[in-house]
Design a protein. Structure first.
Length: 122
């Protein structure tokens, strides 16, 4: 895998996936009084800690799949310079690399996730 892909994977997981889960977890705290926390309590939300990573992963998968299908064209600018066309250089595999066994979540995430395909032979 090209170094640019590792860089975007790490940035996506740390700065988007993990951060989104952490922000949602704050709203689950009993003493949290933000608008999301109040709305969730008013709706009687229970066991959101199970749902949160799934929703974040579905959202990121949909984003990466839209890039793979060239519905959303994005260029990544690596720290080392240059540019990386996610549609072309991602080979239509970004969503797969995100979700697969030993993929980006396993490699870079510090937050919880369920690997629903862990028992599928590759």
């Amino acid at each position: 895998m090209r170094p640019e892909l590792n860089e975007i994977a790490k940035q996506l997981i740390e700065n988007v996936r993990d951060r989104a889960i952490q922000m949602a977890d704050v709203s689950l705290r009993p003493n949290s009084n933000g608008p999301v926390a109040r709305r969730w309590r008013a709706a009687g939300v229970k066991h959101a800690e199970i749902v949160i990573p799934d929703v974040v992963d579905m959202t990121l998968f949909a984003l990466l799949n839209a890039i793979d299908e060239e519905l959303l064209r994005l260029i990544f600018l690596p720290k080392e310079g240059g540019s990386f066309d996610l549609c072309k250089d991602g080979q239509g595999e970004l969503a797969g690399w995100y979700m697969m066994n030993d993929g980006w979540r396993t490699t870079y995430s510090k937050e919880r996730f369920v690997d629903d395909i862990a028992d599928v032979n590759e």
